[in-house]
Design a protein around this ligand. Structure first.
Ligand code: TA6
Length: 285
């Protein structure tokens, strides 16, 4: 099955090997579809997502760079940086049928000057779609004459049968920032599996792989990563989902975000000429 450059709502690359479905938009180098042949969709995409030049896409794998959320100052906009709202340069498509690899690049000639990140850099992104795994790799190279630091996340939205019935293993004993808790109670330590009983927005200090057990879909996903000090886990629950315009009010039970990240004190620092590659892999176990 050959890929095809698609228009969809946005230009990109799409392939349908067997009953599978692979898709990435040039906008944001945004991976929006991964459904392995014979399986249910693994990535989640809101039915309310926008597909416009200056907005992020609600679902798939948004690339957060050069800051996470509102940044370490808590005052940076746009949320999660500029990478996901710019159109990346598509550099390569390697189509071996069941395995499709697409490579992109981003640099200041695309994003323009970013006052809160006035640095010379080159960012590259590769996605590998295969039947049993999806791999995304985000590499930043310092092409400047001075060192700089940045935050990053592969903000992956996963489809689940019912978030109230899943559990995440692999974070036991990991310290985390609980962004939903009262300010004086936000520093906590994970005790056992992660389960979801309300709005959940946590930044774990952990390099571990995670196993997602989904009894409703009857499947287990393994979420592996390299060069990532943080794992972000998010579900907006009822009121936050209702407050987000591009998120359907009744969609929150069918998704969870598990994000390989380097944020806050774990921001990446690169000296001139240095590179760093953040990788996340989702494996159908
Ligand atoms: O990764 C979790 C998070 O930082 C949440 O706090 C929430 O803001 C989510 O990202 C979505 O952010 P977005 O800017 O895409 O609406």
């Amino acid at each position: 099955m050959s890929h095809r450059a698609t228009t969809n709502p946005l230009p990109g690359v799409e392939s349908r090997p067997g009953s599978g479905h692979y898709g990435v938009f040039d906008h944001g180098a945004h991976v929006w579809a991964w459904r392995p042949d014979g399986a249910a969709p693994v990535l989640w995409l809101s039915t309310r997502s926008l597909f416009v030049a200056d907005k992020g896409i609600r679902g798939g794998v948004p690339i957060c760079f050069p800051w996470f959320g509102a940044g370490r100052t808590g005052a940076l906009t746009p949320a999660h940086g500029v990478a996901r709202i710019n159109r990346w340069r598509r550099e390569a498509v390697e189509d071996a049928g069941e395995v499709l690899r697409v490579g992109y690049s981003l640099d200041p000639s695309i994003t323009g000057t970013v006052p809160s990140f006035p640095h010379a850099y080159r960012a590259e992104f590769w996605v590998t779609f295969a039947r049993e795994r999806l791999e995304v790799a985000f590499t930043v190279t310092n092409t400047d004459t001075v060192e700089f630091s940045y935050e990053e996340a592969l903000h992956t939205y996963l489809t689940v049968g019912d978030v109230r019935q899943i559990s995440l293993d692999g974070l036991d004993r990991a310290p985390y920032l609980d962004k939903v808790a009262a300010p004086d109670q936000q520093h906590r330590v994970q005790d056992g599996p992660v389960v979801f009983t309300g709005e959940t927005d946590r930044v774990y200090s952990s390099t571990a792989a995670i196993t997602l057990t989904d009894p409703v879909l009857g499947r287990t996903l393994r979420v592996e990563k390299e060069n990532s000090a943080n794992t972000v886990v998010w579900n907006p629950w009822v009121s936050k989902a209702a407050a987000i315009a591009d998120f359907g009010d009744d969609e929150w039970p069918q998704m969870v975000c598990i994000e390989a990240a380097n944020a806050f004190d774990d921001a990446v620092t690169l000296r001139p000429g240095e590179s760093h590659c953040l990788t996340q892999r989702i494996v159908l176990a």
